[in-house]
Design a protein around this ligand. Structure first.
Ligand code: ADP
Length: 514
């Protein structure tokens, strides 16, 4: 049996556990790669959020440029309307101007507050040849220049007959707060903290809502058109490392959970297989035992019946002896067959018990009386102490008789070779009545004590199995009968000193109430 279990375990290992094991080890090792990947992807995402803010600022500035770069007179009425409209709608713009590049002469200057801002605050001393080259190639580039607290955005116009430079001077902090602010707030999605600070001093000039700690990771980039300002982004509540390792931990826990379940499952399967094999082994022992038990009485019956039939025995006394042997051996046979049938019925839950209130003393007396002769034939001295006051239990008299007779049979079978003694005792313990059958026989080892109530189990040590016939069903039948009676069976025993089997039934009423 061991070999077969070993084989099944190995097969199980090879076809289920090993592949799952490899898979899990592989997954666990891939986890750290995944973590790095998540980190990379996440960083890219942060980058792209910052990129989108820069892109937005480019869109706004390009929109202004396309509105100003029209084939109209820079100093005319139409341009006046357009420039003043842009100035009015964008509080951050301080001045818009047009300069003729060749003569370096201002063509027109539009101020926000003419009364305060009369001065020219456009680009000075800049190199525009590159921009002219770009225009020739069909590409308009907008450059930026930081002058004091202002930023000047300038580009060469496409639609003028001569080379004209258009510039927009603005207050960068105001632009960031008023024009980029709403966009930054929107892209932060309340998940990120985005701030814009002055690159030199580090003063934050705009930030989204939320309290953050300085220890949180920051991803930074300069604003395209305002490189003197840096935009930073970070997660609101956790560092990226914390976020990634939290995810990793969750996946690891899940994988270990699977390992644990697979492990428990394998143990469960192997244990069940072992149990089934053990049962199969017990069953085959049972068949051998029962065949042996049946063969002996059958051989005796056949032999004596044949002798009688041939009328070889003339002596009447001897004939009587033969007949009574045939009778007692047939009873033995009937007993074995009945036990097997009863067991199979109880196993399949087909036994119908007729429960009724039964007075304990009366019932035990009856069973004891019917068995007394058997004790005497086997030279067993018996002591019986009934209850002082009788009580009732709810039971099936046939079932209880069978259980007790099984215990009596065992007490006789496994009793001492000489001076066999059996004590039958009933007593009350709290709300139960206890019926004890004690013998002074061979006893049961502590290891076997847990197994004797299993079906087909017989103690097979020494020559007990060979010497004493049995099927290994008796105590299992007792256990099942007791279970149907909401009771229990237990045993106290020491090898060589005897055993005491104890049946416990719930009391339903005392005699004086009944
Ligand atoms: P069987 O007696 O047919 O073998 P049982 O189910 O009645 O089957 O008993 C199972 C085993 O328990 C027996 O084989 C025997 O080893 C042990 N056993 C039962 N009763 C006693 C007893 N009174 N004393 C010692 N051993 C016992």
């Amino acid at each position: 049996m061991r070999k077969t279990i070993l084989k099944i375990t190995i097969v199980l290992l090879v076809i289920i556990i090993l592949p799952i094991g490899f898979f899990l080890v592989n997954e666990l090792s891939k986890l750290s790669q995944d973590e790095q990947m998540v980190e990379r992807v996440f960083n890219k995402q942060l980058e792209s959020i910052l990129y989108s803010v820069n892109q937005y600022s480019e869109n706004v500035i390009s929109y202004w440029a396309s509105n100003l770069d029209l084939p109209i007179d820079c100093n005319g009425q139409a341009m006046d309307g357009i420039a003043n409209n842009i100035l009015a709608n964008n509080p951050s713009i301080l001045q818009i101007g047009f300069i003729q590049i060749n003569s370096n002469k201002p063509l027109a200057i539009y101020n926000k507050h003419a009364e305060i801002l009369n001065n020219y605050i456009g680009p000075k001393g800049i190199e525009v040849n590159r921009l002219i080259e770009f225009i020739k190639n069909g590409y308009q580039k907008i450059e930026n220049l930081s002058i004091d607290d202002t930023t000047v955005l300038y580009f060469v116009m496409k639609n003028q007959p001569e080379n004209v430079l258009c510039y927009i001077t603005l207050d960068p902090e105001r632009f960031i707060q008023q024009s980029l602010g709403p966009e930054i707030q929107q892209v932060s999605q309340e998940l990120f903290y985005i701030s814009v600070s002055d690159s030199l001093g580090g003063n934050v000039i705009y930030a989204t809502e939320g309290n953050i700690s300085d220890s949180l990771d920051v991803q930074q980039t300069a604003l395209w058109y305002f490189p003197q300002y840096t935009m930073g982004i970070r997660l609101l509540s956790q560092t990226l490392d914390e976020l990634v390792s939290e995810r990793g931990q969750k996946s690891r826990n899940l994988l270990w959970g699977i390992v644990f379940i697979v492990f428990i499952g394998a143990i469960f399967v192997i244990r069940n297989i072992r149990k089934e094999f053990h049962l199969a082994e017990l069953k085959s022992d049972f068949v051998a035992n029962v065949s042996h038990e049946i063969r002996t009485p059958l051989a005796l019956i056949t032999m004596y019946a044949e002798t009688l039939k041939l009328k070889r025995i003339k002596n009447e006394e001897k004939q009587d002896k033969y007949l009574s042997t045939i009778y007692s051996e047939s009873l033995k046979l009937a007993n074995i067959v009945n036990r097997i049938l009863n067991f199979s019925k109880i196993e399949k839950k087909k036994t119908i018990f007729n429960f009724e209130p039964l007075p304990v003393n009366e019932l035990i007396n009856e069973i004891f009386d019917s068995y007394k002769a058997h004790f005497e034939t086997n030279n067993v001295s018996v002591e019986y102490s009934p209850l002082k006051t009788d009580v009732y239990i709810n039971g099936d008299s046939g079932g209880i008789t069978e259980a007790l007779i099984n215990l009596f049979d065992n007490a006789v079978k496994y009793g001492k070779a000489s001076n066999k003694k059996v004590t039958l005792r009933s007593k009350i313990q709290k709300k139960s009545v206890i019926i004890e059958v004690e013998d002074n026989g061979i006893g049961i080892s502590s290891k076997d004590r847990n197994l004797i109530f299993e079906k087909f189990f017989r103690v097979s040590k020494g020559d007990l199995a060979n010497n004493i016939q049995g099927s290994g069903l008796g105590l299992n039948i007792v256990k099942q009968i007791m279970k149907s009676h909401n009771g229990s069976v237990s045993v106290k025993s020491k090898p060589g000193e005897g055993s005491c089997f104890c049946l416990k039934f719930p009391i339903i009423k005392n005699n004086n109430h009944g």
